[in-house]
Design a protein around this ligand. Structure first.
Ligand code: BEZ
Length: 232
C-alpha cells in the first residue's frame, strides 16, 4: 500500500453549489483556462486512474462515442489523469483501433488534461484511497455559470454508468428550465415534481389545482407530480 498521508492533508473537496475551482492546464487540445473558456456551456470534467488501463479504456471508448450526444445537449467533456499529454495522445490513438460493445473507430475529440503535477486533481479531491499517484473516477457536472451541480466518485475497479451520467445532465437541465424537481429513478418523459408550497395560503390552492387537473397526481399537499409535456 502506498503512503498517502501527505497527499490526504492537501486534498480539497469542491462542493455542490460552489464555483468550480479555476485552473489553467495543458491538454491534448492546447492550454485550457477553466471554467472561463467554457462559459455558457455545461461541462462534464472527469478523471480516470491512468492511461492504458483496462476499465479506463472501456470508459474512454464510451465517452468518445457519446461526445456528439453531449455536445447536442450543450455540454462538452474534459478528461484528466496523472499522465502526460504524450501518454494521453498515444492512448487516444490506440483506442481508435479498438472495437468493443458496438463501439469502433472511437475518436477522442475532447481535451484530456496533463496533470502530472496533480494541481487540478488536488483542487477537485480526485486523489483518494490507497493511491497517491492515481485519480479516482470522478465526474463533475459544471453548469454554464461555472458552478458545480453534481459530483460522482467511483473507485478504480468499477466503470461508470453512462446512462446515469446522461440522466444527471438532462435532469439538471430539466430542473433548471422548468423549475421542477425530479423523483427517484426519474428518466426523461416521466412525471416531474412541482415545488412544494412554502406559504400556508398556497396549500389549499395547490390541493384544488391538483384535483382539477388531469396532468397532476397528488400524494399529499407537498408532493404533487405533473406530467412532463415538454419531454426533454
Ligand atoms: C483500470 O482502468 O482497469 C484500472 C485502473 C487503475 C487501477 C485499477 C484498474
Amino acid at each position: 500500500m502506498e503512503n498517502n498521508t501527505d497527499i490526504k492533508e492537501e486534498v480539497r473537496f469542491p462542493m455542490i453549489g460552489n464555483p468550480a475551482p479555476p485552473f489553467k492546464a495543458v491538454t491534448t487540445h492546447g492550454e485550457v483556462n477553466f471554467p472561463k473558456d467554457y462559459k455558457g456551456k455545461w461541462v462534464i470534467l472527469f478523471s480516470h486512474p491512468a492511461d492504458f488501463t483496462p476499465v479506463c479504456t472501456t470508459e474512454f471508448m464510451t465517452f468518445a462515442s457519446l461526445h456528439d450526444e453531449f455536445l447536442k445537449l450543450n455540454c462538452d467533456l474534459i478528461g484528466l489523469s496523472i499522465d502526460s499529454v504524450h501518454a494521453h495522445l498515444g492512448w487516444a490513438h490506440a483506442i481508435q483501433g479498438y472495437e468493443w460493445n458496438e463501439i469502433k473507430n472511437a475518436e477522442v475529440k475532447f481535451p484530456i488534461i496533463d496533470d502530472v503535477k496533480m494541481d487540478v486533481a488536488k483542487k477537485y479531491g480526485m486523489i483518494q484511497g490507497d493511491s497517491d499517484t492515481k485519480t479516482v473516477r470522478a465526474v463533475f457536472f459544471i453548469d454554464p455559470e461555472g458552478k458545480i451541480r453534481t459530483m460522482l466518485y467511483y473507485p478504480a475497479a468499477l466503470g461508470r454508468n453512462f446512462d446515469e451520467i446522461k440522466r444527471i445532465l438532462i435532469g439538471l437541465q430539466k430542473a433548471d428550465s422548468d423549475q421542477v424537481a425530479l423523483p427517484a429513478n426519474w428518466t426523461p418523459g416521466k412525471d416531474v415534481i412541482l415545488p412544494a408550497p412554502s406559504k400556508s395560503e398556497d396549500i389549499g390552492k395547490r390541493i384544488a389545482e391538483a384535483k382539477d387537473s388531469k396532468d397532476m397526481t397528488q400524494l399529499d399537499w407537498y408532493l404533487t407530480f405533473k406530467q412532463d409535456k415538454g419531454n426533454k
